[in-house]
Design a protein. Sequence first.
Length: 389
Amino acid sequence: MIQNNSTEPPIAAMERLINYINSHVPVLSDKFPFLGEEITATHIIIPIVYLILLNLLANLVRSVLINRILTNRIEDRKTILSIGNTTKYTILIIGVTILLASIGFDSQSKFNVALFGEEGNKVRVFDLLRLSFMFFLLIWFTRKLKPVFVNQVLSKYSDDIGVSQSIGTIVQYVFIIVGAFFIIQTSGISLGSLNVLAGALGVGIGFGLQNIANNFISGLIILFERPIKVGDRIEVGSVQGDVTKVSARATTVNTNDNISIIVPNSEFISQRVINWSHNDRSIRFHVPVGVSYNEDPAEIKKILLDVAEKNPEVLKRPAPEVLFVEYGDSSLNFDLMIWTSTYINRPIVLRSQLYYEIFERFKEHGVEIPFPQRDLHLRSGWPPEVKGK
C-alpha cells in the first residue's frame, strides 16, 4: 500500500505513486528516453488521467454551483455563468500548478537555466515563467471578479451603472498593483537583477510606448475625474454615441447604427468633449417652425404647445415653450423648445415625430407653410443696338 505523508513534497509523492504502479503493472515499467531522461509509460499516463479527472471535477463543481446554489440566489444569468466559469478555471489552474510541481518543473530542474543577473541573484527560466504565470492569474482573476463586484455589490448601493463601472475599474487596478508588488516580493527574485531589464523597459516606454502610456494615464484621469462614464451620451470630434466601456487604453462608444468605435483615452483629455448626460439625462431640444405672414402668432403658439404636450416622450416638467424668433424673409419663425430624457440618443427621431404631428395640425387649421418667394422685375423694350439691326 502507498503510505500517505502530508508533509511529503509533491514531487516525492508523484515518484512514489509511479514506482508503486510500475511495480504492480510490469508492462508499464519499460523505460525510454524523453528530453534527456529515462521515463516510463506511467510518467505520461498518470498526468493524462489526472487532467481528465481534474476536468471532470471542475465541470461537476461548476454544474452544482450554478444549478443548486447560484440559480436560487442570483437572478442575472450572466453573473451566474461568470461565477461558475471562474470557479471551474480556478480549480483547473490550481490542479495544473500542483501537477507541474509534482513532475519536477521547479527551481532545481536542469532545464531551469540562468538568463541574466549576477552570481547569487541570477534570474532563471523558471523564475520568469512563474512570474508570467502569476501575473496572468492576477489579471485574469481581477477581470473575472470585476463584473461580479459591480453587478452584485455596487449595484445595491447605486443605480448609476457608470459610477459602478468606474469604481469597479479603479478597484481592479488597485488589486493589480498591490498583487504585482506582492508577487514580486514573494518570487525570490532580487530587484537588483532586474535593473537592466527595467532600464530597457524605461527606454521603450519613453520612445515606442509613449502613446500607450499617454492613453493609460488619460484612462486613469477619466476614471478619477469622471468627465465621462459608462452610459453617457458623448460627442468627441466626429464620433457621437453612448459610452459602453472605459478600459485602460481606450473607450468604446456605440453609435445609433450599433457600430462600436474605439476611441483612445487621450482624445477625451486633449480635445473638447460634449457630454449630453453629464449632469442628468434631461436634455432640451429646439424644433424650428416657420409659417406664413398671414397667420396669427398666438394661434401658432397654441398649436405647437398642444402638439408638444400630447407627445409622451416630452417632459411635462420643465414645460415646453414657444419663442417667436424673428420676421424672416418669407415666414414668421418660431422655436418650439421641449425637454426629454428618453430620446437623448435619438433627437432626430423625436423631431420627426413632432414635425409629423405639426404638419397634420397645421393642415387641420388651414395654416399656410410658406416657401421662399422672389419678385422678378422685367424691363420692357429692346436695347438700342438690337433695334438697329
